[in-house]
Design a protein around this ligand. Structure first.
Ligand code: ATP
Length: 366
């Protein structure tokens, strides 16, 4: 029987539990044994109890849960070759030669590096006497499959990452709560939302909550004039009878001089207009709560596809990342998606804003 391990790594997101459930059950259905690797890559590096076979019933009830019940971690040891050598040893000890990783671009980069090093790691484990040639014979190659679990929706080559819609839902609920008090007191609220250097959550929340103004990294505000523009637009809305003002600021919002647009700068502007203004940092509630239906669906269909991809991958094909494009589940070359994602950040830091928008177009649709 083929043995597959599944792990969640990097920042948590809603839907990660549903991914583990789907991989475990699709694996069992397709006649594999599936191991849960606990605490991200630490489970591979340390082995032992952190690498545990999961049965059908072990993931019962996991479909809707938030966070990840097999844990996630940022594992320093796995960044070092020594750590990856230990990971290879623990995998071979359990007879595992396929790994499904659900995480962000960092986790997927680590997975791909592990795969490319694998043949050398195995040779070293023979050379240092851990295993014999015969013992490692069935494990000459490692299969890696990536799934993107991230609330930020910041991965290229896929329309949606697992967790993004749940996080968006949380933000919208919170802004709705704020709205009622804002309208009662005729106040202005500056709401800061997560997303790192991706503005998807902020833009979508702004649209879905009818914000007056939205700041996102992909469309940097004009340093010269954004304050004036913000004031004019908010004032126009007030003059038309709006009793509240809502401004959404993405975590990574910048102006075209690459200066950070902070909630405090925005607040200052609104106060200058005479508005009673409050800042709300939503913080970690954005990662919390159950997964919305779309994330349950995405995690399930992509988890099933990940197991199929693990069974079909050959040593000569690049590691696949499972994505969704135009409502179809697809396999993309993992490292191409990671490289494209990184080039968006580079384009922004080099002030090539138009390029950044173009590069992100599979992830970030206006
Ligand atoms: P998020 O987007 O939520 O931060 P991420 O997957 O990008 O998720 P990282 O902290 O970058 O989060 O990576 C998670 C873990 O993946 C790291 O702690 C490390 O164990 C492993 N990892 C990341 N990059 C590498 C790398 N280049 N080589 C080896 N391992 C890596």
């Amino acid at each position: 029987k083929k043995r597959i391990a599944v792990l969640t790594s990097g920042g948590d997101s809603q839907g990660m539990c549903a991914v583990v459930r789907a991989v475990v059950r699709a694996g069992i259905y397709l006649n594999c044994e599936v191991f849960g690797c606990y605490e991200g890559y630490s489970g591979l590096v340390q082995g032992g109890k952190l690498l545990k076979k999961l049965e059908w019933g072990d993931v019962r009830g996991w479909l809707s849960l938030g966070g990840t019940l097999i844990g996630t971690a940022r594992c320093k040891e796995f960044r070092e070759r020594e750590g990856r050598l230990s990971a290879a040893k623990n995998m071979i000890l359990r007879g595992i030669d396929a790994l499904v990783v659900c995480g962000g671009d960092g986790s997927l980069t680590g997975a791909d590096l592990f795969r490319s090093e694998w043949p050398d790691l195995v040779k070293e484990l023979v050379a240092n006497g851990t295993f014999t040639d015969k013992q490692v014979e069935p494990y000459r190659n490692l299969t890696i499959v990536g799934l993107v679990g991230s609330i930020d929706n910041d991965m290229a080559m896929t329309d949606h990452t697992i967790g993004a819609f749940s996080s968006l839902e949380r933000i919208c609920e919170m802004v709705d709560f704020i709205d009622s008090t804002a309208a009662s007191h005729s106040r202005a609220f500056v709401v800061e939302v997560m997303g790192r250097n991706c503005g998807w959550l902020a833009l979508m929340a702004g649209i879905c909550c009818g914000a007056d103004y939205i700041f996102i990294p992909e469309r940097p505000a004009k340093a010269e004039s954004w304050k004036q523009s913000l004031k004019e637009i908010c004032l126009r809305h007030r003059e038309k009878g709006r009793r509240k003002t809502t401004v959404i600021v993405a975590e990574g919002a910048i102006d075209d001089n690459l200066q950070k647009i902070t909630s405090e700068k925005v607040e200052e502007c609104l106060v200058e207009m005479g508005l009673d203004t409050r800042i709300t940092q939503l913080g970690h509630v954005q990662r919390g709560g159950t997964a919305v239906a779309f994330d349950r669906f995405l995690a399930t269909v992509q988890g099933v596809e990940a197991v199929k991809a693990a069974l079909e991958n050959t040593p000569s094909t690049p590691s696949p990342m499972i994505g969704i494009l135009n409502n179809r589940v697809v396999r993309m070359p993992l490292m191409e998606a990671v490289k494209l994602t990184k080039s968006v950040a580079t384009a922004i830091s080099e002030k090539r804003f138009e390029d950044a928008m173009g590069l992100r177009d599979s992830t970030f649709k206006e």
